[in-house]
Ligand binder design. Structure first.
Ligand code: HEM
Length: 392
């Protein structure tokens, strides 16, 4: 890396992630990319930027995904994720009740039952795609349940979120647009239905006003639904796939988890750290900000590189190696500051339920003969589209 700008996507392709991140830490922890955004890769800088919502706005999270007024989503964006305080605080309040520790505890038996049933359906000694068998259906069923969406629509959730994230199997743009229109129509009808007769679910909560909150328009409710659908399933699927992938490389890890299921929590945290399901976030500087001798000018976008912050060599020894029982240090995989993932406790509960059910039923895991397929590289999300394994 010479002085001047870096080429992050090119570097990822050329060097691979491990080497690129090591190089960023060593040579260019805060620098500008050839595509005009800044890249923050040190743990302390990333944490400071995420805490400083006044000078680093989340408006940059809007990106280009379907938000254009003439696009298939008719300009619907992601409320909450793209909002700054004070509006952000009001919107977050709408979800808060559904994510309290008590609400999470109440969901635990259902989540554990779902995970056990999925594990029980996996045949022993036969190659299966664990994404299809466990890592995808569990979070989809959970978030669909929270939104009060009937379980027969669960497969649509997966197709729709893949279409939004641009990771669908069908490569035709026309098909993608058709799916985006389909999901918009579905959530618009759902919002209208719940506004008219609310139930005890997240979508109803979003449609109801209170003394402290404004009434959201149908489009805003639809945007929220899309955010929850994606946030609730893609990332958790990726966490579980990434973890099983790491463990399949080291058979002794499965034995260790079986011997001592108390290690599962730490294994989940280590997976979140080293294979962060959300690799990066975006912010926009609202003023000139100096960080460690570098000034980011007002108005410029900043890529907050979570995957790199979580491998900062000043915090973790040998940061690119997966260690099952690593000394716990707080990672940033769920973000930091006002936007910290509201679903983090839920994601951890689902991952634990899935791993416990699998470890309980099977005495080993090995890679299948088919290659696993990663999500398209270099993007926001890091995980598997398919991961063939054999449980024994
Ligand atoms: C392993 C799984 C997950 C990971 C790695 C993850 C990661 C993240 C990250 C990094 C953010 C911060 C975004 C920002 O600062 O701009 C975030 C926000 C969010 N996450 Fe998650 N998430 C996960 C699971 C979930 C689940 C299961 C749900 C819901 C059911 C969820 C709902 C949300 C929501 C609504 C936000 C926006 C919060 C706000 O802007 O205040 N996430 N997530």
């Amino acid at each position: 890396m010479a002085d001047g700008q870096i080429d992050l996507q090119g570097g990822l392709r050329r060097l691979g992630k491990d080497a690129l991140i090591a190089q960023l830490h060593e040579e260019r922890p805060l620098c500008r990319d050839v595509n005009g955004f800044w890249v923050a890769s040190r743990f302390d800088d990333v944490r400071a930027i995420l805490l400083d919502h006044a000078r680093f706005s989340s408006s940059a999270m809007a990106g280009g995904r379907g938000g254009r007024p003439d696009g298939p989503l008719g300009g619907i964006g992601f409320p909450l994720l793209t909002d700054d305080p004070p509006r952000h605080s009001v919107l977050r309040g709408l979800l808060a009740k559904a994510f309290t520790p008590a609400a999470m505890e109440a969901m635990r038996p259902t989540i554990e039952r779902l995970a056990k049933n999925l594990a029980a359906a996996i045949p022993m000694g036969r190659e299966i795609d664990v994404v299809e068998a466990m890592t995808s259906p569990l979070p989809v069923a959970v978030i669909a349940g929270m939104m009060g969406v009937p379980s027969d629509r669960a497969m649509d959730f997966k197709r729709w979120s893949n279409a939004i994230m641009g990771i669908q199997d069908n490569p035709f743009e026309g098909e993608r647009i058709r799916m985006l229109m389909e999901l918009r129509a579905y959530f618009t009808a759902l919002a209208a239905e719940r506004r008219a007769s609310p139930g005890d679910d997240l979508v109803s909560a979003l449609t109801q006003s209170s003394d402290t909150t404004e009434v959201l328009t149908d489009d805003q409710v639809v945007g929220f639904c899309i955010l929850l659908m994606i946030a609730g399933n893609e990332t958790t699927t990726n966490l579980l796939g990434n973890l099983i992938n790491r463990i399949a490389d080291e058979p002794r890890y499965w034995a260790a988890l079986r011997d001592d299921p108390g290690l599962i929590d730490g294994a989940i945290e280590e997976s979140l750290r080293i294979d962060s399901p959300a690799q990066m976030l975006m912010r926009r500087a609202t003023a000139d900000v100096a960080i460690g001798g570098v000034t980011i000018p007002a108005g410029e976008p900043v890529m907050v590189y979570l995957a790199s912050a979580n491998r900062d060599p000043t915090r973790w020894g040998d940061p690119a190696s997966f260690e099952l029982a690593r000394e716990r240090e707080r990672h940033l995989a769920f973000g930091h500051g006002v936007h910290t993932c509201i679903g983090a406790p839920l994601a951890r509960m689902e991952a634990k339920a899935a791993m416990s059910a699998l470890v309980d039923r099977f005495s080993s895991v090995a890679r299948g003969r088919e290659q696993g397929r990663r999500l398209p590289g270099g993007g926001l999300l890091f995980g598997f589209r398919s991961l063939p394994v054999v449980f024994g």
